[in-house]
Structure formats: structure tokens, C-alpha cells
Ligand binder design. Structure first.
Ligand SMILES: [Zn+2]
Ligand SMILES: [Zn+2]
Length: 149
């Protein structure tokens, strides 16, 4: 027997998702606990400064590019070299929950939005609509987040 027509809208939705996001990659999240105890849940890639650039992944902090391959990326994030470098870019206390890391190249990296913010634009960025939206999402995720053990 054929599947009922009910299934059609669901399939249409999936197609749409694939079209807008060419690379269908699993996204892991991790929890960031601030000094005041506030919690945010951000994507693992955002936390580690991994940007997608066409066919490549780029690590903002190591200033390195790699092929757009999930295994390659996870290996990079887990590498001792990356972890050491990342430690050198702590979230700036002053910006609190906005999770900005200061870069060596002029500017900041916003962990909440997974973007590089140009020099002098940090304050404007954290007040901006898209940042507030992402911040709300990160806070919202923290309410329902259950880490895997
Ligand atoms: Zn790196
Ligand atoms: Zn942001």
C-alpha cells in the first residue's frame, strides 16, 4: 500500500532543509558556564571557532584551513595544538554572556554567533538584533540541555 498523503509535507520540509544547507552535517552542542553561574549552550563548532568557507573549514584561532570533512574537523578540535591555542583566547569577562574572544588580528570572535566581528564593532555587534536572537537561542537551549555522559 502507498504511504498516506500525510507524509508529503514532511518530505517537502526535509528537501527544503537540504537545499538551503548543502552540507548536511551533524551539529554538536556544548555548555558554557559563566563565572556568575549563567549557562549558555552553543554549537561545538562555534565554541571552537570553526567557520565554514565553501569547500573548507577554517579555524579562526589556529588560522588554518582544512577540507570540509566532519572527521577532519573533529580531529582538529580535539587536537592538543588547537586546544592550547584556544586557551590563549578566553572569553572576555567584560562582555560576559556575549562570549567575545579577542583575536590577534584586529577584531573579536563571537562564540554566540560563530562570526568574526571587525575591530571597533564589538559593542555594536552585541547590541545588534541578530546577536540578541542568537543569545536568546543559546540561553533557551541551556534550559533543556542534557549533556551526554
Ligand atoms: Zn584550531
Ligand atoms: Zn554575536
Amino acid at each position: 500500500m502507498a504511504f498516506p498523503a500525510l507524509r508529503q509535507p514532511k518530505n517537502a520540509k526535509i528537501e527544503e532543509k537540504i537545499r538551503t544547507q548543502v552540507f548536511n552535517e551533524p551539529q554538536n552542542f556544548l555548555i558554557v558556564t559563566l563565572k556568575d553561574g549563567k549557562k549558555l549552550v552553543v554549537s561545538s563548532d562555534a565554541y571552537h571557532g570553526i567557520l565554514t568557507a565553501g569547500e573548507l573549514y577554517r579555524c579562526v584561532f589556529c588560522e588554518t584551513e582544512m577540507v570540509r570533512d566532519v572527521i577532519c574537523k573533529e580531529r582538529h578540535k580535539a587536537s592538543e595544538n588547537h586546544r592550547k591555542i584556544l586557551e590563549g583566547y578566553p572569553h572576555i569577562d567584560e562582555y560576559k554572556e556575549n562570549l567575545l574572544r579577542k583575536l590577534n588580528t584586529p577584531g573579536h570572535y563571537c562564540t554566540v554567533c560563530n562570526v568574526v566581528v571587525m575591530l571597533h564593532y564589538a559593542n555594536r555587534h552585541i547590541l545588534g538584533h541578530s546577536h540578541r536572537l542568537e543569545l536568546d537561542k543559546a540561553k533557551g537551549r541551556a534550559l533543556s540541555y542534557k549533556p551526554y555522559y
